[in-house]
Design a protein around this ligand. Structure first.
Ligand SMILES: O=C(O)CCC(=O)C(=O)O
Ligand SMILES: [Fe+2]
Length: 230
C-alpha cells in the first residue's frame, strides 16, 4: 500500500484508524463482481474514503474524455471558487457509460438509475484549475449522498483531491482509480468531515468523472441508523 500520509500518526485515534486501513478484493455480494472483484484501498474511516484501483480501463477513460470534449463548458463562478470545464453524459450516449454505471451500481450496492443519481459529470481542469473546499451534500436540506469520482488521466503536478479535516490528500497519479466516499451519515445528516477540495493543477491537465448518488431511493440499500458517527 502506497500512502504518503501513512506516517502522519499522532493521536491514539489516528493510530487506531491507520491500523484499520487496508487493501482488499471486494465483491460486495454482487454476482457481477464475483469473477472480477474490485481492488479497494481503504484510505480513511471518518469520513469513509476508499480508492478503487483499475476500475476503468485506459481505453474507456479515453472514450469518455472524447465523448465529453465537445460538450465541455467552462465553470467560473464570480468568486472564482472553482475553475474547470464540465459536461454531463447520459447513459444513452454510449454503451461505455452503461457499462460504467453497471460497475458503480455493483460496487456501491446503490440504485443509480435516474432520478436516484445524477448523470455522469465529466470534468476537465487545465493548469491552475481547481475546486475550493466545499461539501458535495446540500448543507440546508441534504439531497445528494455519496460520491464516486473516477480519475481519467494522470496529472504531472498538483491536482490532488484533498480532504481538509481528515488531513488526507489523494494524488491523481494513477489513471483509472475511483475515489468513493459517503457525504451523509446513516441518520441522513451531512458529514461535516467530508469538506474537500480539488487542488490546483500545476502541470498537465486533470480529467475526472463524478457520479452523485442521491439519498432518496436507497432506503433498502443503505439502511438508516441512529449513530451520528455512522
Ligand atoms: O476534482 C477533484 O479533485 C474534486 C472535485 C469535486 O470535489 C467535485 O467536483 O465536487
Ligand atoms: Fe466535491
Amino acid at each position: 500500500m502506497k500512502s504518503s500520509w501513512w506516517k502522519v500518526q499522532s493521536t491514539p485515534r489516528l493510530r487506531w484508524a491507520c491500523r484499520a486501513l487496508h487493501c482488499s478484493y471486494e465483491t460486495n455480494d454482487s454476482p457481477y463482481l464475483i469473477l472480477q472483484p474490485v481492488k479497494r484501498e481503504l484510505l480513511w474511516l471518518q469520513p469513509y474514503v476508499a480508492l478503487y484501483h483499475d476500475f476503468i480501463s485506459d481505453l474507456e477513460a479515453e472514450k469518455i474524455k472524447g465523448l465529453a470534449a465537445p460538450w465541455l463548458f467552462l465553470v467560473t463562478p464570480l468568486n472564482l471558487s472553482a475553475m474547470h470545464s464540465s459536461a454531463w453524459l447520459k447513459d444513452t450516449v454510449d454503451p461505455v457509460i452503461v457499462s460504467l454505471d453497471q460497475r458503480i451500481a455493483a460496487l456501491t450496492g446503490l440504485n443509480i438509475r435516474p432520478p436516484y443519481a445524477e448523470y455522469l459529470q465529466v470534468v476537465n481542469y487545465g493548469i491552475g484549475g481547481h475546486y475550493e473546499p466545499h461539501f458535495d451534500h446540500a448543507t440546508v436540506s441534504n439531497k445528494a449522498c455519496e460520491t464516486g469520482s473516477q480519475r481519467l488521466s494522470s496529472v504531472d503536478a498538483g491536482g490532488s483531491t484533498a480532504f481538509i479535516y481528515a488531513n488526507l490528500s489523494v494524488p491523481v497519479v494513477k489513471v483509472s482509480g475511483t475515489l468513493f466516499w459517503w457525504n451523509l451519515h446513516r441518520n441522513g445528516a451531512g458529514n461535516g468531515d467530508t469538506l474537500h477540495a480539488g487542488c490546483p493543477v500545476l502541470a498537465g491537465d486533470k480529467w475526472v468523472a463524478n457520479k452523485w448518488i442521491h439519498e432518496h431511493g436507497q432506503e433498502f440499500r443503505r439502511r438508516c441508523g441512529p449513530d451520528p458517527d455512522d
